[in-house]
Design a protein around this ligand. Structure first.
Ligand SMILES: [Fe+2]
Length: 272
């Protein structure tokens, strides 16, 4: 699968992400407190509340895992959540781009090392027909988490490729999450909530990014080097432990290209 076979937007070419004007989140009701979340993985670190799912059910599986399977487009609104979250839906619809998965994520506090362990790439463009728009994902932070960062890496194992996007309330980013390894480092203490929407690249999204003054850079954020080194070690140790556990069960401990598994299955952390 090669993005060159799809409609892509030039502003993503260099860095793989775009930051839009900040949104006045404080002016909106806290709709994410009224919608219904579903348990999607057992550890309890994350929950999701679908606004649009593959066929309108209150579930968060990848569209390609349904019967019939579909690519991450033409999401069907989940009535019971849409009814109590009109502002969130309106924000997802504002560009006029095709919408696939649209959901709110609830993320419990974690450490930098755990975030690095959770680094993954999304499978947004599975089954996406060549010649159509490449799927990218909007990340709109809802709660005010000024000490929280979206961690992006071009190369999962190369810290020098890391970008940290701060996530105060109203942060609006659009990320090629199939290209960039990503996860969120959320110190807490309260859960973080974020609206995530799959959008199809095309003229509608292009015009929206222009109107919101999208830029493909953030100012570098300095973090204590000792903390960064500790995080690398924590993530490495967790990956090794997981690989050993898989090997003991006779499972293949490699992950596609032969690297150690990123951790739990891709879709488990597909939101971050
Ligand atoms: Fe993801």
């Amino acid at each position: 699968m090669n993005p060159a076979d799809y409609v892509t937007l030039p502003i993503f070419a260099e860095t793989g992400y775009v930051i839009l004007d900040a949104y006045d989140q404080a002016a909106d009701p806290r709709e994410w407190e009224d919608i219904t979340y579903v348990d999607w993985k057992s550890s309890g670190d994350t929950r999701f509340a679908p606004l649009a799912s593959a066929y309108g059910d209150l579930e968060c599986n990848g569209f390609w895992n349904h019967t019939p399977a579909k690519t991450d487009k033409d999401g069907v609104w989940v009535e019971e959540n849409v009814a109590v979250a009109p502002r969130l839906v309106a924000r997802a619809q504002e560009p006029g781009a095709n919408i696939g998965r649209c959901r709110v994520i609830e993320l419990q506090p974690n450490t930098y090392g755990e975030a690095l362990y959770n680094l993954h790439r999304d499978d947004n463009n599975r089954l996406n027909p060549e010649g159509t728009g490449w799927i990218v994902r909007a990340v709109f932070n809802l709660t005010d988490d000024p000490d929280t960062f979206m961690v992006l890496r071009e190369d999962r194992d190369d810290p020098t490729t890391e970008t940290r996007i701060p996530l105060p309330a109203g942060t609006q980013a659009i990320i090629d999450t199939q290209r960039l390894w990503h996860a969120v480092w959320h110190p807490g203490p309260e859960p973080r909530y974020c609206l995530i929407t799959s959008w199809e690249s095309g003229p509608e999204l292009d015009a929206y990014i222009t109107a919101k003054h999208g830029v493909d850079r953030v100012d570098p954020v300095a973090v204590d080097p000792a903390l960064l080194a500790e995080g690398e070690e924590v993530a490495r140790a967790k990956r090794e432990a997981r690989a050993a556990a898989l090997a003991a069960r006779g499972a293949d401990p490699t992950f596609g290209d032969g690297s150690l598994s990123a951790g739990p299955a891709m879709e488990v952390y597909s939101e971050a």
